[in-house]
Structure formats: C-alpha cells, structure tokens
Design a protein around this ligand. Structure first.
Ligand code: RIB
Length: 313
C-alpha cells in the first residue's frame, strides 16, 4: 500500500497568451477551477495506476473547496486520513497556463500548513510513503522519520525547491526532483549525473521535461526519453510521474519499466487541462505505450550523453 502525506489545493487556472512578467497585466482567455495540490495529484496518480491501494493524509479547511477536493480524491479511489483545520481555509493555487502549455503557479497553503506528524495513520501495511514540500518541513521530516522507523520506503518529491537539511535527505530512500530542484540541492556539481551522484539518497530520479527522465538506483543508471505529444497544459505532469512511479515500484516493477510508465503517464497528463482532471489511468498509459514503435535506442543514448555520465560509469 502507498501512503501519500501532502498538500491539496483548489487550482484557479487562467489561460493566457503568455505568463505575465513582473508588473505586467495579461488579459486571459478563460478561467476554470480544478482539484490540485502536489500531494493530492500524486495520490490520484498512484490510485489511477491501479494494482495498489493508495491512501492520503491531508489537511483541509471547513469550506466548500474542501468538499470539492475530497470528492475528487475519493472518486479516484484514494482513501483519506483527513485533518480538518478549524482556523485555516483549504489551500488554493493560482495558475497561469500559457498557450505554449507552460505555467506559473502561486500557492496559498492555508490548511496544508496545519498538517502534522500526529495526523499520520498507523503505518502497518504500507510499503511506501510519498511526500512533497508543500507542507511544513518539520512535518515532512518527522513523517519521514516515522516511516523509516516503521520500515517503509521513504520517497520525497522535493518540490517546490527548498534547501533541505542533511538530516532529512538521510531519511529519503528515493528522491524525485526536476533539474532546477536537483541543482539547488547539489550546487556546484557539474553535470546532471554528477549532481545525482552527489546526493546521499539510495535512488535519485530526475525529470527533464520533454527530454524525459534519468534515474540512479544504487549504482544502476536508467535513461527514459520523453514521448512526443501535443502539450496543452503541463500542470501536474511531474506529480503524475511521481504517483505512477511509486505505485509501480511498490508492486515490484523493475525501475526501467516503472520509469517508462511514469514518463508515459506524465506525457499524457500534458494533453488535457487541469491537474487531477488530466491524470491518466493505467489502461490509458498501456494503450499509449502499445501504440508506439520499439524504443528508440539513439534517443536513450542522446539523453545519457546530455546527462554527461562521467567516463568511469
Ligand atoms: O504540481 C502542480 C500543483 O502545484 C498544482 O495542482 C497546484 O495546486 C500546486 O500545488
């Protein structure tokens, strides 16, 4: 079983020609609201991956936004361990999605800031704890310590980027980051591969946007090129990757295959608007992969070279 501890937000999404620069006003085309939040998105991705029970510990306010988020999670099949904040409103995110599918996100965490380690359920029966950094760092650290002590695999998606104490990194078995987050955790490391090697976690997975992803599991390296899709909205693609990856690993799938499915799921998530609304099911991911030709080994080599693995690897 997978346990996700993290954030849930109501996303207000404005679509516009481009993301405003500081001080600029941009007239949008449309506004919509979607269920979001990195934690909740990852829980939905894990549940839609199928084959493993997914539960989530989260904090929401006592408001109508909370009802909307609970419905989205429950209808995806996520079991909830809910803390209702008496003082804070449900987390919200304000997202501008540009016509080229890129986004800019501002989060008002609200009730997410009330999540604490004592809200964790019994950890018996769970194999993996998946967390992000939209809830307080002391909570993330204490939850990681509790999970580690109970024998779970601790997975941290270190997003958004924060400086992390060595004590927290030491508790993390699998670290998932994008390139910017990787650079902030391993400043001064030359290549992507060197930065991945500089981190103390047993496994480090780096998402590289449309390029794909790279991973180090112990001494083994994996490169998964991205899939060509027509991107509409990249919001939640990284979360889809994390949830799908952890769901597959928790079922014993080898890293190379899990990485391929996670990449495919993330690519599909970019083809529709919204975070949770765009997360594909396992069946959709399998159909997408079947529709493709054999793996392009030249693309794997290109990605491997782009990461600049040191010669001794
Ligand atoms: O990663 C995407 C998510 O970031 C959005 O759903 C938004 O809520 C923010 O948490």
């Amino acid at each position: 079983m997978v346990l996700v501890a993290g954030s849930a937000n109501l996303d207000f999404v404005v679509r516009a020609a481009h993301i405003p620069a500081p001080g600029e006003t941009v007239m949008g085309h449309s506004v919509q609201s979607f269920a979001g939040g990195k934690g909740a998105n990852q829980a939905v991705a894990s549940a839609r991956a199928g084959g493993v029970r997914t539960e989530m510990v989260l904090a929401l306010g006592r408001d109508s936004h909370a009802d909307f988020l609970k419905t989205s999670l429950r209808s995806a099949g996520v079991g909830l361990h809910l803390h209702e904040s008496a003082k804070q409103t449900t987390g919200t995110a304000f997202i501008c999605v540009a016509d080229n599918a890129e986004n800019a996100i501002t989060v008002a965490p609200g009730a997410n800031n009330d999540l604490q380690v004592q809200h964790l359920p019994s950890l018996a029966g769970f194999s993996h704890l998946l967390m992000q950094l939209e809830t307080p760092l002391p909570t993330v650290t204490a939850c990681a310590a509790a999970a580690k002590a109970a024998g779970l695999t601790v997975v941290l998606n270190a997003a958004p980027a924060y400086p992390l104490a060595p004590a927290l990194l030491a508790l993390v078995d699998i670290l998932i980051v994008n390139e910017g987050e990787l650079r902030s955790l391993a400043p001064g490391a030359g290549s992507v591969a060197q930065a991945m090697q500089a981190l103390p976690c047993a496994a480090v997975v780096v998402t590289l946007g449309a390029q794909g992803s790279a991973a180090r599991f112990g001494e083994q390296w994996f490169f998964q090129p991205g899939f060509a899709i027509q991107a509409l909205d990249t919001t939640g693609a990284g979360d889809t990757f994390c949830g799908m990856l952890v769901a597959q690993l928790s079922q014993g799938m080898p890293p190379a295959q899990a990485l391929q499915r996670a990449n495919a799921a993330a690519a599909l998530a970019c083809t529709a608007m919204g975070a949770q609304a765009s997360i594909p099911t396992q069946a959709a991911v399998a159909a997408f992969l079947q529709s493709l030709g054999p793996e392009d080994l030249a693309a794997v080599t290109r990605l491997r070279d782009a990461c600049h693995l040191p010669p001794h690897e």
